[in-house]
Design a protein around this ligand. Structure first.
Ligand code: GLV
Ligand code: MN
Ligand code: MN
Length: 427
């Protein structure tokens, strides 16, 4: 157990929470699409997001910069500098037709924590981070922003192309940044830990009537793309037994994806994107490209499922006289969060007047990448209706208020923890 901490009574957590929610709504208005939220890696509206957050951070005593991977970073100094740094944040990109809180809430909440500190300094510095990319929408590969922090944004990924043939490197240049500076985005040994607030994006907390959870692990995930290649032909003149229909093959396989996931406890598998070529009503599709997302808390179950589904795609293609191509975009192992930080978070949740819940995250998060280099932990906020990746995504103001209060307690607990700053506190 860490030290019990006193926090200034003057903090009005409720009004800070209202401000956080309002700020998420402001950021939601910066979108690539009129009438809905879409903000992919370094798309033009990300400039507006950076500007708005910088304007919120600088009066609080933080110094901001945008690193070469497009991550917004702000340093709030320690009582004495140089000092070890606690990183707090989440991501600023979104899926298409997104809600206003996935990722963004974690960044707005980190800003609110600095506001709650009201220029009080701690024995460690705080770096607020808004990651440029976590969803994997534009390049099919997620975590571009956090990979840069752990030194994993290498040549292969920099040269990956989006649907318009623009590479990650070119997108960085088009945004006014220099990909040759990527190495300077990496964290140094000064960074001692990473903490991320995020909406749960599922129904568990709501089901238990609880507001906040400490995350003990994040499920592993695979992302792949399969292309069924048949032969395009006339829809009116080609008899059914003489077709090499790529859509029909993909449809048969998609049904088997759902079947396997339903039969395997804890497995979730999703085909979220289907693209056909040439894509006309009166043409048998010559090519169908489908995405596959597979997740499980156990890496062996997930890997076995992906092998099975790959073999099934090959079997279906062979039987129908088609060929098949597959590309793996992500094979991310499940990641445990740091047990010491997780226990500290549970204590901070209690100090904020809530009953803590412990859970495994089914969604991927930047914390699973940061955990490769620094001790990492997450706090989940209840998600009304369990709805996320959808415009109906929402939060409860009192949950946000409790999350800020929990964050302030956590900051003080860590300040009072012997050796936290020297990263020997686990020993
Ligand atoms: C991120 O939102 C994910 O797909 O887990
Ligand atoms: Mn998401
Ligand atoms: Mn997210």
């Amino acid at each position: 157990m860490g030290a019990v901490t006193q926090i200034p009574v003057k903090i009005n957590f409720n009004s800070l929470a209202e401000k956080v929610v309002e700020r998420c709504r402001v950021l939601a208005s910066y979108s690539e699409d009129a009438g809905s939220i879409r903000r992919t890696f370094l798309s033009p509206p990300m400039h507006d997001v950076h500007l708005a957050i910088t304007r919120w951070l600088e009066p609080l005593g933080a110094t901001t910069r945008i690193d070469a991977a497009g991550n917004l970073r702000a340093i709030y100094p320690a009582t004495e500098m140089p000092a070890p740094t606690l990183l707090i944040g989440s991501h600023l990109d979104t899926v298409p037709n997104a809600g206003a809180y996935d990722g963004i809430l974690g960044v707005a909440l980190a800003v609110a924590l600095l506001e709650a500190l009201d220029r009080e300094t701690l024995p460690y510095a705080i770096e607020v981070i808004g990651f440029s990319e976590e969803e994997g929408v534009r390049f099919g590969v997620p975590f571009i922003g956090s990979r840069a922090l752990v030194g994993r944004l290498g040549a292969d990924l920099l040269n990956a192309k989006d649907a318009n043939g623009i590479s990650v490197k070119e997108a960085i240049r088009a945004f006014g940044l220099d990909p040759r500076d990527i190495n300077h985005a990496a964290i140094t040994s000064d960074t001692c830990a990473y903490v991320e607030f995020h909406i749960e994006q599922g129904p568990v907390l709501e089901k238990f009537g609880l507001q906040l959870a400490a995350v003990e692990a994040i499920a592993g995930q695979h992302r792949l793309e399969f292309t069924f290649i048949g032969r395009a032909n006339h829809a009116g003149t080609t008899p059914m037994d003489l077709r090499f229909d790529a859509v029909a093959a993909a449809a048969e396989w998609i049904a088997s994806v759902e079947r396997l996931a339903k039969e395997t406890p804890g497995l979730v598998a999703t085909v979220g994107s289907v693209q056909t070529k040439p894509g006309a009503t009166n043409v048998i599709a010559g090519e169908t490209r489908v995405s596959l997302d597979v997740r499980h808390r156990g890496d062996a179950v997930r890997t076995r499922a992906v092998d099975e589904l790959t073999k099934e795609a090959e079997r279906i293609a062979r039987r129908r006289g088609l060929s098949i191509r597959s590309v793996e975009h992500l094979n991310q192992a499940a990641v445990a969060m740091d047990p010491f930080l997780t226990t500290q978070i549970e204590q901070a949740i209690r100090e904020a007047g809530c009953t803590p819940h412990r859970m495994v995250s089914g969604a991927g998060h930047d914390a699973m990448i940061l955990a490769e280099k620094v001790l990492s932990a997450m706090i989940f906020l209840r998600t009304p209706g369990g709805v996320s990746h959808d415009p109906a995504e929402s939060v409860v103001v009192d949950d946000v208020s409790r999350a800020i209060e929990c964050g302030v307690h956590l900051l003080h607990q860590l300040a009072a923890t012997p050796n936290f700053q020297t990263r020997t506190y686990r020993a």
